[in-house]
Design a protein around this ligand. Structure first.
Ligand SMILES: [Fe+2]
Ligand SMILES: [Fe+2]
Length: 344
């Protein structure tokens, strides 16, 4: 494949007509169509970290299989087994900006299937705005504050048993909040930081709140989401996530790991309670309501992070000068972007 500067979808959008480019992206949608001469072409949507680019792969395009050491030309793309399920595949594409009936169009004349171990699909979807290294650092810092058996168990679960590899890139939802790669980690850290502050504040006033339990419970509260969502070719709920739900999935994973680790039964019960009660009420999927200070803290921190995220998301999208958002069904309110007030 001829080498050209590798651009992102955002950079490609700002290219002039006739501009050529190379793009590495994941197929989020594809359909095989026929042009007016009866030749096959692909109508395709490709995504990377910056967004999605729609384009066409015409019948005269060159195809390569570049998954091995050396790229091999694919003479008959339709015969090629990879085409049966193009969505979710990582491709390297040579393209050109053209114009058709006054509209900008992107045509791809060279397409390579690349090795997905080297170019993992989750690298090409929208990500948390917070750098991954910073999120990891904060996660490890919170974990280090859980001294004793809770901290030992967390290290075992996330790092010895490898939860971390999936956890770090998992979204927190499909659409409501933190719906992007790294979203679950970003949300979990926010919940654990708030839980830590609340636990400290109440401990100082004499309430018996166990700090490792509050932080540890917060770090684990949504682990069931790892089995509830899949990323490429787009954020999707899994069958398990739909029919079992993340609360039950999370509790099941936690119980198995706690048993394997040999976590003290009393501690396992206290953490298990935080996991199953964290949605705060039965209508939102928790079979029991939070009954300990740590569970009440994690549940409140979880809800607060969700609402604040929704406030930011809704008000960021409002045009200049507007103060009240559209009605937001999942939080059952309109948000207010207060005007700057002198003296505040
Ligand atoms: Fe949850
Ligand atoms: Fe949550």
């Amino acid at each position: 494949m001829e080498e050209k500067k590798i651009l992102t979808t955002g950079e490609i959008r700002s290219l002039e007509r006739d501009g050529k480019f190379t793009l590495f992206a994941v197929v989020s949608r594809s359909s095989l169509r026929r042009d007016k001469n009866g030749k096959n072409y692909w109508d395709i949507a490709l995504m990377d970290r910056e967004g999605t680019l729609e384009g066409k792969i015409w019948s005269n395009a060159q195809w390569w299989d570049a998954r091995g050491e050396k790229p091999v030309t694919v003479a008959e793309p339709l015969e090629f087994e990879l085409f049966r399920d193009l969505e979710g595949k990582t491709l390297g594409l040579l393209g050109q900006v053209t114009e058709f009936r006054g509209q900008t169009q992107y045509n791809f004349n060279g397409v390579s299937f690349v090795n997905q171990k080297k170019y993992p699909p989750h690298e090409y979807v929208q990500r948390s705005p917070i750098p991954e290294a910073r999120l990891e650092e904060e996660f490890r810092e919170l974990l280090s504050e859980c001294a004793g058996p809770v901290g030992d168990f967390l290290s075992f679960a996330f790092f010895d048993k490898g939860l971390w590899e999936v956890f770090r890139s998992c979204p927190a939802a499909v659409s409501h909040h933190h719906a992007y790669v790294g979203g679950l980690l970003e949300h979990t850290i926010a919940v654990a930081r708030t839980a830590r502050s609340l636990a400290r504040t109440y401990s100082e006033t004499g309430m018996e709140v166990n700090l490792p339990l509050a932080i540890g419970g917060a770090l684990l509260h949504d682990i069931g989401k790892m089995e509830s969502y899949e990323i490429p070719p787009g954020l999707k709920m899994t069958v398990k996530g739909t029919v079992i739900d993340h609360i039950v999935l999370g509790y099941t994973t936690f119980s198995a790991l706690a048993g394997e680790f040999g976590l003290d039964e009393g501690i396992a019960l206290a953490i298990g309670h935080i996991l199953v009660s964290h949605h705060g009420c039965r209508e939102y999927g928790s079979p029991v309501l939070p009954a300990t200070p740590e569970a009440m803290i994690v549940s409140a921190a979880d809800e607060l992070d969700f609402r604040l995220f929704c406030w930011k998301n809704a008000t960021d999208q409002m045009e200049e000068g507007r103060e009240i958002s559209d009605y937001h069904p999942s939080t059952q309110r309109r948000f207010w972007k207060r005007e700057e007030t002198d003296g505040l």
